[in-house]
Design a protein around this ligand. Structure first.
Ligand code: AMP
Ligand code: TRP
Length: 332
């Protein structure tokens, strides 16, 4: 038995990096009968950097559509973080046992506070406490995250340990990472496809939009002409092929074609566009269906929120009892 928890911030279009690096794995993990899973649109995390309040509800809705369209079904609980007030409540209790020194070492804080120099709120600093609360509220044991979130997850493990130790109670299990190692580079050759770098291909782009971005995307920088054999192991196009192009085509046509210069980068990209469409066409169709029924999306999120509030209420009762909170004392 494992309890899976993961989250995605509603901070822009879901892109192929999110899809290949994270969302596909969420679906896979949620299908295992021995797993109970929670996936959250973590809006409270997005409040830690400047955002547009007017368009924000739309961004949350779009993120929910994307997450559901990938194929999460009723086996998984999908919800919006702010619909469950216990996340911020638990974050307070954890914050009181969180060592400042550990927070100060977080590389994401260092990077983001540099990026948003003029508007660094305390929330950006305490972000990992909220992330720990997300996981621990559901007694999460397995957390699918990419490399950039491993440090935060280690912090969440420490939080579980600190809290249990401080109050001599086994309230929280220690969550383990399910390390997602695949990293998709940007279309500009940048180390990471990322919303903030403008080098993305959106998961829900039409084939025409995909092709426009793919056409100009970086490949192996040493393959300057069609005649020079390519190196799939350093090529982002090949990385994406490994996710969506099945064998034997992957090895025989794409890999061998590239290393023997039988196919050029343009041919290789055309094949990738076809594979992407085969994989993502149905996702886009589901997203369109969901967008046409906004009431259905809200219903799923409301149900998810209700399930989470029930679970969160149970956990908070244990937390408060352990921490000696007045309202949790046994009443006559
Ligand atoms: P974010 O967009 O930062 O909220 O990330 C959501 C999830 O997508 C996290 O699990 C990230 O690790 C993953 N992710 C984001 N960008 C990439 C990328 N370029 N390659 C692989 N995974 C990614
Ligand atoms: N911080 C994560 C990110 O930026 C999102 C997130 C918030 C998360 N809470 C979480 C991921 C809990 C895993 C578990 O990608």
């Amino acid at each position: 038995m494992a309890t899976i928890f993961s989250g995605i911030q509603p901070t822009g279009e879901v892109h192929l990096g999110n899809y290949m690096g994270a969302l596909r794995h969420w679906v896979e993990l949620s299908k295992k009968p021995e797993h109970t899973s929670y996936f959250s649109i973590v809006d409270c995390h997005a409040f830690t950097i400047p955002y547009d309040a007017a368009t924000f509800p739309r961004a949350v809705f779009d993120a929910a559509v994307a997450v559901l369209a990938v194929g999460l079904d009723e086996r998984a609980t999908v919800f919006v973080q702010s619909d469950v007030p216990q996340h911020t409540e638990l974050a307070w209790y954890l914050g009181c046992v969180a060592p400042m020194g550990e927070l100060g070492r977080m590389t994401q804080f260092k990077e983001k506070s540099e990026q948003h120099k003029t508007s660094v709120g305390a929330g950006l600093f305490t972000y990992p406490i909220l992330m720990a609360a997300d996981i621990l509220l559901y007694k999460g044991t397995l957390v699918p995250v990419g490399h950039d979130q491993l440090q935060h997850l280690e912090f969440a493990r420490d939080m579980a340990r600190h809290f249990n130790h401080r109050f001599k109670a086994e309230v929280f299990p220690e969550p383990k990472p399910h390390h997602l190692t695949l990293r998709i580079k940007g279309t500009d050759g940048g180390e990471k496809m990322s919303k903030s770098r403008g080098n993305t291909i959106a998961m829900l782009d039409t084939p025409e939009q995909v092709w426009k971005k793919l056409k100009g995307a970086f490949t192996d920088p040493q393959r300057l002409t069609r005649e020079i054999p390519g190196r799939p192991e350093v090529c982002n196009i090949y990385t994406m092929h490994t996710v969506v192009t099945p064998e034997p085509a992957l090895t025989e046509v794409v890999h061998n074609g590239c290393t023997t210069a039988k196919i050029g980068c343009g041919d290789c990209k055309k094949l990738l566009a076809e594979s992407l469409e085969r994989d993502l066409g149905p996702v886009r169709a589901r997203a369109n269906e969901l967008r046409a029924q906004p009431g259905r999306v809200l219903e799923i999120l409301n149900e998810g929120g209700a399930t989470c509030r029930a679970k969160a209420t149970e956990t908070m009762r244990e937390v408060k009892e352990a921490a000696g909170v007045f309202g949790a004392r046994s009443r006559p």
